[in-house]
Ligand binder design. Sequence first.
Ligand code: 6R9
Length: 656
Amino acid sequence: MATIESILHEKRVFPPSDEFVRHANVSGLEAYRALCDEAQQDYLAFWARLARQHIDWHKPFTHVLDETNAPFYKWFDDGELNVSWNCLDRHLATNGNKTAIIFESDEGAVTHCSYRELHAQVCRFANALKSLGVKTGDRVLIYMPMRIEAVVAMQACARIGAIHSVVFGGFSAKSVRERAINAGACVIVTADQQTRGGKQHALKTTVDEALAMGGADCVRHVVVYRHTGATIAWNTPRDRWWHELIDNQSAKCDPVWVNAEHPLFTLYTSGSTGKPKGVQHSSAGYLLGAMVSIQWIFDFKPHDIFWCTADVGWITGHTYVAYGPLAMGGTQVIFEGAPTYPDAGRFWKIIQNHKVSVFYTAPTAIRSLIKLGADLPAQYDLSSLRLLGSVGEPINPEAWMWYYTVVGQSRCPIVDTWWQTETGSHMIAPTPGAIALKPGSCTFPLPGIDAAVVDEAGHAVPPGQGGFLVIKRPFPSQLRTLWNDPERFKQTYFPKDIAGGSYYLAGDSAQRSEDGYFWIMGRTDDVLNVSGHRLGTMEVESALVANPLVAEAAVVGKPHEIKGEAIVAFVVLKGIRPQGEQAAEITATLRDWVAREIGSIARPDEIRFGDNLPKTRSGKIMRRLLRALAKGETITQDTSTLENPAILEQLNQPGR
Ligand code: 6R9
């Protein structure tokens, strides 16, 4: 895979075609600059204009931004709205019969769901939640397969002002338990099983396990959607079937009007400690970010067929599946399955069959599809595509060029969108009718987003020099706090040493080239990016040391052709260092153990055993050395401060 050095020497430039510019929502560089200037001249008036234009308010706001308790910013905070009303009800009069969702199951069954039908389903389920005693402000944990019902559950929460917390279906019982307790969830919504790539995975059984571990007494009910019909254990009166609960519910449910700042959801994500953070988003500011980014970056048109492949368990599946496309009144594809099932042509077939016009996926998916069938797209009719998007990790220029020429047939701009769970919506990404593209660069910030690259003290670094990526002014869609942990919120995102705590610190390093383009280089904290999913090295380490065999563990990332980063664990066992067959067995045991503790996305790719770990004389593990060892580099660093230099040779043996 290309290194950051080769990316920075990228000379190829792809300006938008005249045809694309002519129809673009932001048409030409001048139009982009005009929006940036508008924000520059009167920042608050700019956001207020957009908030009035895009959102239907129950009670209009008069305050735009409250900075009195910074960094706990408030936006539009005397206004009232309902996010579900903005996503559904307001389209009914003019677009009730328009298809909101084209759903394709793992096995290929297709369902069309109109705005009117979706609205009815959401109302029914919202009434069902109310019948279980769920009230405004209560937390609901959602652990669902990637089906229409997942969106229904999220929208139903929004409708009654309940705060959802979606947990990705690949996470373990322990992760479900930890998140349910942290959120204080009163209801868990799940399904019997999920289906992906022709295989079934337990969901309800995992929830049972999570609750059996104890400590989550806050959970009063588990609502179960029947998907595969698998036999599952039943716990009366705690467990309730989805279909029985909605059976007699009305298809009308008045939305609860909430304050603009009312939390819409929390979503747990990894940071540099072993404990995931509950990122808390607002209602109005979040919705606005979703809408303006779809308007500007995805160049939204009412006739578009939009397809974002992300699961609703991640932020991308929140903003660009569950909320944004619906708020815009668009039509979107939701796909339950995997890109390579039944074969590596599945994505292209879906694009062809549903005439997808805007397609948004992750570099890891693109790389795996190149590997499994670089010539497959040519066998499908992809002429409906007009715009492509990339998210989750830096895209290497080779993958970019393939995506551009083979999938987009050199006709479709690629929007490489940099953003995070915490930012809620796109921050740095090309407005495709205005910005010339460069493979590997997410190009320029959205209008109104004051992004910069700075040094440790918060001073701008010169072009071509790496530094910390920050956003200098508050913006509507940013996280409001970390659930139950305002102190960690302040320290992590607004550290005092950078510009007195006034900048949002993203946790990524970046640089700008002479012409102002942004290039993201990777995380500055101990967070790995495995197949576009965030994972803390500390989380994996805590899982490993929780195994009775393990005395100590250190986890690092190493570059991986498909996944971007692979997980390498250096492990010291309590007994003697295993070798041969025994090492193979313990490796398999520990890999499965981590998958059970956290989820299969955290399963280490490689485990190496040592008698101990390289440490400084003060006892700190030298991670930089471990990273070099994992990559198979020769150690050129000074190892004189190492307590036990002999260990390097032992750990240099590739693991399994
Ligand atoms: C949306 C999402 C956020 C981290 C982020 C960065 C990496 C995301 C990227 C990108 C380079 C892009 N990242 N998009 N790096 N180019 N276009 O992925 O949110 O799961 O919170 O991850 O992902 O390192 O800090 P999240």
